[in-house]
Write a protein that binds this ligand. Structure first.
Ligand SMILES: [Zn+2]
Length: 229
């Protein structure tokens, strides 16, 4: 899923758990992807990018059992909950950030080709709806999801515009008929991983910049129960 829509998940999480600051939530919704970038650059996980890169259909996430399996991400979410809720005495943070971590896997399952393992070592079946086989439909679904997150957050028009702009900006990656920067990445999976890393950072900063004021002044913040020290 497009980085901006993963990052937008932080907006929806904020409405449910408004006491958690923006950056921890933003990091939680993309930590799985950050791991994917790092593990690809280290050669632990592997991606194949076709010699012709016309759309996301030409990207094959052939081996990512650590960053994107159901079991590892559930364990990571649990570990995050445990650290924040049990060790640091911040139960609201624990739940919000665990939901953030696991949201990434759920959202990827909704669009990916069947390329997500249940757990490391289990090579079949692999999970994913295969919506990326119809990339333009996937882009519309993703964009609607980003807009839904924005509505939940009751964000500014500028925030909506930036979510839409990032999705429209990714059009060439979703349409095989529209050329774009992906042609430069064809055949270079490491470059693709680096590009995704940069995209994660851009999505984070875009959402942070345009949501930060509303985040601080969210009215729900005062209605939440106080956290136990
Ligand atoms: Zn992902």
């Amino acid at each position: 899923m497009n980085a901006i829509n993963h990052a937008a998940t932080a907006l929806a999480i904020h409405r449910r758990w408004p006491g958690v600051p923006i950056w921890p939530v933003l990091v939680s919704v993309q930590i799985v992807e950050v791991l994917w970038v790092a593990l690809n650059l280290l050669g632990v996980e592997r991606t194949e990018v076709g010699p012709a890169f016309a759309s996301m259909r030409d990207v094959h996430l052939v081996h990512m059992p650590y960053s994107h399996s159901l079991v590892t991400t559930a364990l990571l979410a649990w570990a995050v909950w445990w650290v924040f809720a049990k060790r640091l005495g911040r139960p609201q943070w624990g739940v919000a950030l665990a939901v953030g971590v696991f949201s990434h896997t759920v959202l990827d399952l909704l669009v990916h080709a069947p390329d997500m393992a249940i757990a490391p070592g289990i090579t079949s079946p692999k999970l994913g709806t295969g919506l990326y086989d119809a990339p333009m439909v996937a882009l519309v679904v993703e964009t609607l999801y980003g807009v839904w997150c924005w509505r939940r957050f009751q964000g500014s028009k500028a925030l909506l515009a930036v979510i839409l702009a990032f999705n429209v900006g990714a059009l060439s990656f979703y349409s095989p008929d529209i050329p774009g920067p992906e042609t430069l990445i064809a055949g270079h999976p490491m470059l693709f991983a680096g590009f995704i890393g940069a995209h994660i950072a851009m999505g984070w900063f875009a959402i942070w910049y345009f949501a930060r004021t509303s985040w601080q002044s969210a009215p729900l913040q005062t209605t939440q129960p106080r956290e136990q020290p």
